[in-house]
Design a binder for this molecule. Structure first.
Ligand SMILES: [Fe+2]
Length: 169
């Protein structure tokens, strides 16, 4: 029998394949899997549900990767995730609601929501940072605090500056 994360990724793959060119799919997988793995890691650190955390990571930008970016993609994506999770019929209503509330809140990085919403926002911010560690930072405070939480106290400014010297010659 497939485990529950595999059941979700199988549905996710179908949705992504039907709505993307091959090039876009690569980008979608990098971000969604990256965020999902960071969610799992932070769930272990924070004693939260690892499986549900992985799943919210996998589905959090599902609207963007099937319809294109929209400011409301969190809320709209939560509706798609809700339908997907109900369709595969292996999650309780409570589990679905934990996942979908986090997805619906994840774009609002400035405010603080429940523990799972915050976990997803943290994982999303860290994945964006690690995919391009030398560019200007978004959500610096959040990234700093997550790195500190896992024992990394390096100065972000130094990381960025280490790669921004002139290389044009
Ligand atoms: Fe994201």
């Amino acid at each position: 029998m497939m485990n529950r994360i595999d059941s979700v990724t199988s549905e996710l793959t179908t949705l992504l394949t039907n709505n993307n060119t091959e090039e876009n799919i690569g980008e979608a997988y990098i971000h969604l899997y990256g965020v999902s793995h960071f969610c799992a890691l932070l769930a272990m650190k924070r004693n939260l549900d690892i499986e549900l955390s992985s799943i919210m990571g996998l589905l959090h930008d599902i609207y963007t990767y099937t319809h294109g970016y929209d400011k409301q993609h969190g809320i709209l994506g939560a509706e798609i995730a809700d339908a997907l999770l109900k369709k595969i019929n292996i999650f309780t209503d409570e589990e679905i609601s934990i996942v979908c509330i986090a997805i619906s809140n994840h774009s609002d990085k400035k405010n603080i929501h429940d523990t799972y919403s915050e976990l997803l926002k943290d994982a999303d911010s860290v994945q964006n940072f690690l995919e391009a560690p030398f560019s200007e930072l978004k959500h610096k405070k959040r990234i700093k605090s997550v790195l500190k939480e896992i024992g990394i106290t390096v100065k972000l400014k130094e990381i960025i500056n280490s790669q921004t010297s002139d290389t044009s010659q």
